[in-house]
Write a protein of this length. Structure first.
Length: 359
């Protein structure tokens, strides 16, 4: 999160990092991907990397997202449809009316989580939204150099007749608030849906489903809406930007966190934390009963003391709901910041559209 805020990430760059969610930078037209520790050593020593060429995939999302529906809901919808290996080995390009309408921060959430579908990178062609964001962050170029760079960056897009090895199309208007029900990001569904029924047989899909249901502790066929939660975590490189905190604050304004819930907000960077405090967003969250924490990874991966106790169920804005990710025996439900904030107030997983329909 810090590199884009400092104007370090720019269209056309190749960015390597020892974190799989480096795909985030594709939101700004940079080719970002994660590498292993031995590869990091190689890059630092030689500034080169031996790397297998990625496949290519295009995901077109037309239409517009409904009120209260975010890029987090969209990406969970996509991953649930194509699967955790649906983009395996590919660099994914996003396009379409819905993508054009997203803010730069929302695009970062989308590209961040594309790795959860097996993608090696995610890209969105630079447009006015991209250039306006980068213009506002870059500090080492004078006005003339920056405008020349923007002219060059605006040319970084696929040809009109480009062919992709795989293509998918989605309608943004059909996307609902999404929640994960299992132990993989692709095990997700609309909040008003029902948990899948167990499959008969002994195949790998049936075994995976049974294992996920057993771990998460929810009955097959039940509604996920109304599931009680113990904790709420708003944070991580997926959803801890200023836009995310504002969305959560709008939901909790004038309300209080349920007495059965411990809720916390961990801003994604010091810059985000400072701005949220200056504009009053932090105060709204604090008055509602959220813990206001220092920036960091925190409970995204059970770092330091930010760990769920065995059996605790958490509404989380993070990117992974793997077994034990937030603590041994913990149960994680991924969702958007607005949905997590609504769960904190209600003490259970709720449909934001119905819970606060009068707002």
């Amino acid at each position: 999160m810090i590199a884009p805020e400092l104007g370090i990430i720019r269209p056309g760059m190749v960015v390597l990092c020892g974190d799989s969610h480096t795909t985030t930078y594709g939101a700004l037209g940079a080719l970002g991907f994660g590498i292993g520790t031995s590869e990091v050593e190689h890059v630092l020593a030689t500034q080169t990397l031996v790397y297998r060429v990625a496949g290519n995939m295009r995901i077109v999302v037309d239409g517009l997202l409904g009120r209260g529906i975010t890029s987090k809901d969209l990406v969970l919808h996509i991953i649930a449809r194509i699967g955790a290996q649906g983009a395996r080995g590919c660099a994914v390009e996003y396009a379409g009316q819905a993508i054009d309408a997203l803010s730069a921060e929302a695009r970062m959430t989308l590209c961040n989580m594309t790795v959860e579908a097996g993608a090696r990178a995610a890209l969105i062609a630079p447009d006015r939204t991209t250039l306006d964001y980068v213009r506002g962050k870059v500090r080492d170029l004078d006005a003339r150099a920056l405008e020349a760079a923007c002219d060059a960056w605006s040319q970084l897009r696929s040809d009109d007749d480009a062919r992709f090895e795989a293509e998918h199309q989605f309608d943004a208007s059909s996307v609902a608030p999404y929640v994960t029900w299992g132990t993989s990001p692709d095990q997700a569904m609309p909040v008003d849906g029902r948990i899948p029924e167990e499959q008969s047989g002994s195949g790998p899909d049936a075994a995976t489903l049974r294992k996920a249901l057993d771990y998460i502790g929810l009955p097959a066929g039940a509604a996920i809406e109304g599931t009680p939660i113990d904790r709420v975590f708003i944070g991580s490189c997926t959803n801890a930007r200023l836009e995310d905190l504002r969305a959560a604050a709008e939901v909790v304004r004038g309300r209080k966190v349920a007495p059965t819930v411990r809720a916390m907000v961990v801003p994604g960077s010091g810059m985000v934390r400072d701005e949220a405090e200056r504009e009053g967003t932090a105060q709204i969250l604090i008055e509602a009963g959220f813990e206001w924490r220092q920036p960091g990874c925190s409970m995204c991966l059970a770092m330091n003391d930010d760990v769920l106790a065995p059996g605790e169920r958490c509404a989380s804005t993070t990117n992974r709901n793997f077994e034990g990710r937030q603590g041994r025996g913990s149960k994680t439900h991924l969702m958007s910041p607005a949905m997590a904030a609504a769960a904190a107030i209600a003490g259970r997983i709720v449909d934001l559209r119905k819970a606060f329909a009068h707002d």
